[in-house]
Design a protein around this ligand. Sequence first.
Ligand code: ZN
Ligand code: FE
Length: 257
Amino acid sequence: MNPIALPAFTDNYIWMLHDGTDAVVVDPGDAAPVLAALDERQLALAAILVTHHHGDHVGGVDALRPHLKGPVYGPKREDIPAPFVPLAGGDRIDVLGKHITVLDVPGHTAGHIAYFIENNDGDAPLLFCGDTLFSAGCGRLFEGTAEQMHASLERLAALPGNTRVCCAHEYTLANLKFARAVEPGNAALARYQAECEAARAAGRPTLPALLATERAVNPFLRCAEPEVIAAARTHGAAGTAGAEVFAALRRWKNEFR
Ligand code: ZN
Ligand code: FE
């Protein structure tokens, strides 16, 4: 089953999976693109998955509810539009005949969760990670600590390399600019930047990203690499521990233009 990216607002993607009859959407910040996609493909809405409480991820939930024949799932520790089925790390749900595992990934928000489909009937595993992992970047720390976010990203980076990462924003080109500043000597990063620039120039999403590629290009997943550590040290990293390197990179990125 292959995910479809429905563009919303200026740079959000609402991810949709369907089996030809039923659909599930992830983080519907706006109902309109979801209703249009359901209508176009003559699909019923079987479930909504929510990763965290921000408005650009939950804003369409109430307007979709009259069209929804199944549950809204969301993070147990967050305030999202009720009623919803509360989930936390280790929980498993079945949607469209697929087993979905819930992962706790705090950092961007305190109760942020991600949804992982390992067994995708011969297709690559899928990860819906909201605003935790972006291609070549990661979410800002609004509620969590650098330690939490670093641990969350390590959890995601340990998933199978062929996992396709469905991030909630098209931030890839801006992230790559920063990544090149961190690791100017990373050849895989230069190649990936060229690919992503071509995709955007052709009007295509850069997502889903491949997890194996992220491990090779995303500085926030590379906090143990000597070149990344050295760059972080020149930008205020207190030490060489992963969380310290991560914290310095995240602060540096906040100010990077
Ligand atoms: Zn967010
Ligand atoms: Fe967001």
